[in-house]
Design a protein around this ligand. Structure first.
Ligand code: F6R
Length: 637
């Protein structure tokens, strides 16, 4: 937990408590809850909790369950009110908040069933208004909520109070915002399966809680958190109403806090401890703000934009402009594995050894080409010994109808080759049977998991063939944490880390490329990165690790902040086309992938848009104009 000088936080209108990671932060919130429960138990009084669902509070519930099992925390005196529920939805549906709460909390603690209140997703339409009023009255009748736990949606919603929800809003039926629907697609698999409406406690109902914790994890939340905390109070960002709450607290992990002015633009808070990294950020910020190349920035520009401190000495701004310009220029190289036979003092990669052993880790079977396809092609062309390691099978992201198509193909092939021993005919029949009555998103049978995994494996093989990666250098790791057959994954275990370690020891790479996505703390990319980090940590005593650089790339959704980029690989229009063709090999992910996320574009389009946006930013800062750029950050382990 970090405590700060007041001026650093002066733009923050709600107290913010920051932690290194979501686990620590969740423990903090869980301890607050437990303290109150223990205190009230001592006097025989109940505690009323307002609870949220979604990815954010999962670790809080995990910690409460742990405390119940190990520390004697009882929930006998606890009454709960959940914020919301999809409408209509059956409580048995795995996507329902009833199911979620039982799965993560209620099934594991001793709370009396009659103390649990979750808005009903099955109430008759004609009864909804009366039902909502009763829900509200019930909260008041038990004395109001003591502690309200909240997450925040990317629209700025709390509960399902979407933009436009007024301060006085009460428990009611609401229409979900398209962004929320698209975020929920993750659970419902297809957007059309997401209910369009929900029942939610209102802003007023939440506001009445005596203490409110709003939690957020991951970079994906950074922008909306800073708007809610530092922006105007407006019904367009319902969470901003908490600025007026007498005891609201924002609990963040470091990445969710990165949008706050104290980190992003500390010079605007009037308290800035300058260092090289901040100076670089400030110069880039100023150049982009004024839409002026770095080398054209003047003292006046610095002065008028609260950067006086950077121009204290004569000519300093000019020197600084040149310094930052050079630093950015030195990130650019067409030689991702290092350029042989040249001075490498200002190059991101070493010249030697000229032929490097490289492992490109890809969390799903297509992240390698989507995120660094251009670089991968160059590494192979420049004759490095390139290995690609697919960390997970990606088998949940294949549509059922693709599975049946391939099962049929196998059956037909068996017949066409005259090897009709019926095995594949039988498999096909069983797949048809498995799919009867199965809705997209229901648990896959083992057979379906295998077929879907193989579809993705063959696609990844095809992409590697296209990129001329040797087939013996293509590794399918099928990490066990992923193999649940549905969205909820297992915890990372020694088995996962062991598999990564084995490959690292076998290849002894000079370069490792890995997905450095931190925006989704529970997401597969982050877990896959953790597995690599833990493996490298364990192997630290091996001599080859001293000579191994770890380069992080970003997934399809996001780019590194420009000031963080340490290696920028420019792509020509031809490189971009070749990368596109490599991505096209992932046919099961084309058109509409199973998990499109919030973005309707196909992966190749997102990749191209992002790589060309990075090139444009470099160009506008005054550097050479390229068609596209793939960017990497070096991680010291
Ligand atoms: C859930 C709820 C929502 C979520 C929010 C963040 O009960 O009311 O407001 O808290 O959408 O969701 P996650 O935590 O999944 O990012």
């Amino acid at each position: 937990m970090t405590t700060l000088d007041h001026s650093q936080t002066k733009l923050e209108k709600i107290p913010v408590t920051l932690f290194g990671d979501p686990k620590e932060a969740s423990k903090y919130v869980a301890e607050h809850i437990a303290d109150l429960v223990f205190k009230r138990q001592a006097t025989g009084q109940p505690v009323v909790l307002g609870l949220a669902t979604g990815a954010t509070p999962v670790l809080v519930y995990q910690e409460l369950v742990r405390m119940h099992k190990q520390d004697g925390l009882s929930f006998k005196n606890v009454i709960t009110f959940n914020l919301d529920e999809y409408y209509p939805i059956s409580p048995d549906s795995p996507q329902s908040y009833h199911y979620f709460m039982n799965y993560h909390l209620f099934d594991h603690v001793d709370i009396p069933k009659e103390n649990i209140n979750i808005p009903s997703g099955t109430i008759d339409k004609a009864e909804v208004n009366r039902y909502c009023e009763e829900y509200e009255n019930k909260i008041d009748a038990v004395g109001g909520i003591d502690i309200q736990v909240l997450g925040i949606g990317r629209t700025g919603h709390i509960g399902f109070n979407e933009p436009g929800s007024g301060f006085r809003s009460k428990t009611r039926i609401v229409k979900l915002d398209p962004i929320t629907i698209s975020d929920a697609t993750r659970e419902f698999i297809k957007e059309e399966f997401v209910p369009r409406t929900a029942l939610t406690m209102g802003v007023k109902s939440i506001f009445k809680a005596r203490k409110v914790f709003l939690m957020a994890w991951g970079e994906k939340k950074a922008a909306i958190v800073s708007t809610a905390v530092e922006g105007e109070v407006t019904k367009e960002i319902p969470s901003s109403f908490l600025q007026n709450h007498p005891d609201a607290e924002i609990v963040l992990d470091t990445t969710a806090g990165t949008g706050l002015s104290r980190f992003k633009t500390p010079w605007l808070t009037g308290f800035c401890e300058w260092n090289d990294a901040l100076r670089k950020r400030a110069v880039i910020w100023l150049s982009e703000k004024l839409d002026k190349p770095i080398l054209k920035l003047t003292d006046k520009d610095y002065k008028e934009n609260e950067l006086d401190e950077l121009i204290m000495f004569p000519n300093y701004s000019q020197e600084l402009n040149v310094k930052i310009f050079n630093e950015l220029q030195h990130t650019i190289t067409g030689w991702p594995g290092g350029k042989p036979n040249v001075d490498d003092t200002h190059r991101p990669e070493r010249a030697l050894p000229a032929k490097k052993r490289v492992i490109v880790f890809s969390p799903h079977p297509d992240d390698d080409v989507i995120s660094m396809g251009g670089t991968l092609l160059k590494l192979v062309e420049q004759e490095h010994d390139v290995h690609v390691a697919y960390q997970t099978s990606g088998n949940i992201a294949v549509f059922d109808d693709d599975a049946i198509r391939f099962a049929e193909f196998a059956k037909l092939l068996e017949g066409a080759l005259g090897k009709d021993d019926g095995v594949l005919q039988n498999t096909y029949d069983q797949v048809v049977e498995d799919l009867k009555g199965k809705k997209q998103g229901d648990q896959n049978s083992d057979r379906l998991k295998i077929i879907k995994g193989l579809i993705r494996r063959a696609e990844a093989s095809a992409a590697c063939r296209f990129c001329r990666v040797k087939q013996e250098n293509v590794h399918f790791l099928n990490l066990p944490f992923y193999e649940t057959g549905n969205i909820m994954k297992k915890e990372l275990s020694d088995a996962d880390i062991g598999i990564i370690k084995e490959l690292l020891v076998e290849v002894q790479p000079h370069q490792v490329f890995a997905a450095g996505d931190l925006h989704d703390p529970h997401g597969t990319h982050k877990v896959c990165l953790d597995a690599i980090m833990l493996a490298l940590k364990d192997l630290k005593s091996e001599p080859w690790t001293k000579n191994c650089y770890l380069w992080l790339y970003r997934g399809a959704w996001q780019e590194w902040d420009i000031e963080k980029i340490e290696m920028a690989i420019p792509l020509s229009p031809i490189d971009v086309m070749r990368k596109r063709k490599a991505i096209f090999k992932h046919q099961s992910q084309k058109d509409t992938p199973v998990f499109p996320g919030e973005d309707a574009r196909e992966f190749w389009q997102r990749a191209e848009d992002r790589n060309s946006a990075t090139a444009k930013r470099y160009d506008k800062l005054g550097l050479t104009e390229y068609e596209a750029i793939e960017a990497f950050v070096k991680y010291t382990f």
